[in-house]
Ligand binder design. Structure first.
Ligand code: FAD
Ligand code: SF4
Length: 495
């Protein structure tokens, strides 16, 4: 049986894993616009041993590509995602997709959210479990389970720097004081290696923003390359333009003018990439489809007492704040100031002397990133001209400002008695969360994705292009679990 998977991000990884779980005799072919994995130049060497000039050269390169924004842009040692032209939406043509740059937060959808989805919690739960096993999730059962039911953790929780530990202890004890918003606190659930006995175990060096030198963070590219080395998959380096029905199955037309044939095609090119392929495949020229982002807001918390010396850190969220109001859920991740901030702003040879001062801030401050659900978030329209030009334009933005302000005000009330307060005036709207859904969620223009991911016999949608809503918690765990669900059923039903 010939199987083609289009894409190389988390959805594609999960699709491959599902095939290998069901029938290891099948060798699927992956089509991806890039197949190199760009090894980290300091792989295996901790940041404390990198030469000073490596930091400076790297930061200069990042600033050249992204501008000197306050929040340094996440890169893989200078390799960066790019934007869909003229919009804040981003894409990655690197092998591994956006999964090469993500922050590894792994949250399921809650049973209550899934009531409105094409699959139930009971249907997706075994696939959350399987993804938890193969990817590995660091975390633990805590207050957040009241909403999510299960942490799906398979590895010890991430290390909490002292200031994060202090906040966790204080906030866990508070009784919710606001009548409309209920807060809960927990550790982040992360696709991160934390088992100390494992050679990839995170050492809490705090330099994750440059990509992990130890491969502690899950990157689908590494797993797919291992599958290729074991000859369990084939990889074709090209871009898929469209998918066309034939008497025998499906033709996938590639950008280099070649066509490859398959019995089954699994679309895993991301919400925007897959929507583009579908617009072209079904000749939907100059027809609009819509993509939902989810809005997020940066804020800061400061403690009136410094935590004890900060020995080490982790650059992404170590804590997670859940906020429930009526049936709406919002979520914030809380992180300490990453060590690389100072390197990013001031050259190494000078900043060495400033590090003791920086530690003072690091031991007092937590940065939060609040995500509001996509119902009231940024929205984009997408269309394809006959000449093949993709146009994307923003049709709604900052619609979540009011809700974000309400949540942060409610947080102020709950912070009383914790020794923490919010940093006044700091609420920065981030233009994109990189969590995208939609395109073909509602049978747009007669293209209907069924509940089991089937679009037409032998053609399946495995990413968030058919998701009906964009929740506030990060989506990739659900993208992977759903890809696995769709592919497992397709392989079981093949006869
Ligand atoms: C900085 C950052 C932090 C993030 N943090 C988190 C987080 O903590 N938790 C979380 O859940 N999510 C996070 N995300 C979002 C996460 O990365 C995405 O949800 C996830 O990567 C989506 O997976 P995907 O496989 O559907 O799509 P993608 O990762 O976008 O992969 C799509 C793949 O398809 C390829 N492709 C596209 N078009 C074609 C074509 N025509 N032919 C062939 N190949 C094609 C692309 O090159 C890419 O390899 C983050 C993203 C970023 C950028
Ligand atoms: S802190 Fe970040 S960069 Fe350092 S080992 Fe852990 S994941 Fe890797």
């Amino acid at each position: 049986m010939q199987i083609i998977i289009i894409g190389s991000g988390p959805a594609a990884f999960a699709a491959v894993q599902a095939i290998l779980d069901q029938d290891p005799s099948i060798t699927p072919t992956i089509v991806a616009p890039s197949t190199s994995t760009e090894a980290h130049p300091f792989e295996g060497t901790p940041p404390s041993m990198w030469p000073d000039k490596a930091y400076d050269e790297l930061n200069t390169m990042i600033k050249k590509k992204s501008g000197s924004s306050f929040m340094p842009v996440r890169s893989h040692f200078g390799n960066m995602f790019t934007s869909w032209k003229g919009t804040p939406l981003i894409k990655s043509d690197y092998f591994g997709g956006l999964g090469k740059f993500w922050s590894c937060g792994m949250f399921p959808l809650s049973p209550s959210e899934l009531i409105k989805w094409p699959f139930t919690y009971e249907e997706i739960k075994p696939f959350y479990k399987r993804i938890g096993e193969v990817v590995g999730i660091s975390g633990k059962d805590d207050q957040l389970n009241d909403y999510f039911g299960d942490s799906f953790a398979t590895r010890p929780p991430v290390y909490k720097p002292p200031i994060a530990q202090k906040f966790y202890e204080k906030f866990s004890q508070i009784k919710n004081k606001h009548p409309d918003f209920r807060f809960s606190i927990g550790v982040n659930r992360l696709a991160l290696e934390t088992r100390v006995e494992n050679e990839k175990s995170c050492i809490n060096c705090g330099y994750c923003m440059y990509g992990c030198f130890k491969k502690s963070l899950f990157n689908p590219a590494d797993s797919l390359k291992e599958f290729e080395e074991d000859k369990r998959i084939k990889i074709i380096n090209d871009k898929a333009l469209g998918v066309f029905k034939t008497i025998n199955g499906w033709d996938v037309k590639l950008a280099n003018n070649q066509t490859i044939q398959a019995d089954k095609v699994f679309l895993c090119a991301g919400a925007i990439g897959t929507s583009e392929i579908l617009l072209r495949s079904f000749s939907l020229f100059n027809k609009e489809v819509f993509i939902d982002d989810n809005e997020n807001y940066l804020f800061g918390l400061i403690s009136n007492k410094a935590a004890k010396k900060n020995p080490s850190s982790f650059s992404f969220g170590t804590l997670t704040l859940g906020v429930l109001s009526k049936d709406k859920y919002a979520q914030a991740s809380l992180t300490t100031l990453p060590d690389m901030f100072l390197d990013y702003i001031i050259p190494r040879r000078i900043n060495k002397y400033l590090q003791p001062f920086f530690k003072i801030f690091q031991n007092r401050i937590l940065l939060g990133r609040l995500h509001i659900d996509g119902l009231s978030a940024s929205k984009y329209s997408m269309s394809l001209t006959k000449e093949g030009v993709l146009n994307i334009k923003q049709v709604r933005t900052k619609a979540s400002d009011t809700q974000a302000k309400k949540i942060l005000k409610a947080l102020d009330i709950n912070l009383k008695g914790t020794n923490f307060r919010r940093i006044k005036g700091l609420m920065i709207h981030a233009p994109s969360s990189a969590h995208y859904v939609g395109g073909f969620a509602n049978g747009e223009h007669g293209v209907c994705v069924k509940a089991d991911g089937v679009l037409k016999e032998g053609l399946y949608v495995c990413d968030s292009s058919a998701f009906p809503a964009n929740p506030s918690q990060p989506l990739t765990f659900t993208i992977m679990a759903n890809a696995m669900r769709v592919v497992t059923k397709a392989i079981k039903d093949r006869n």
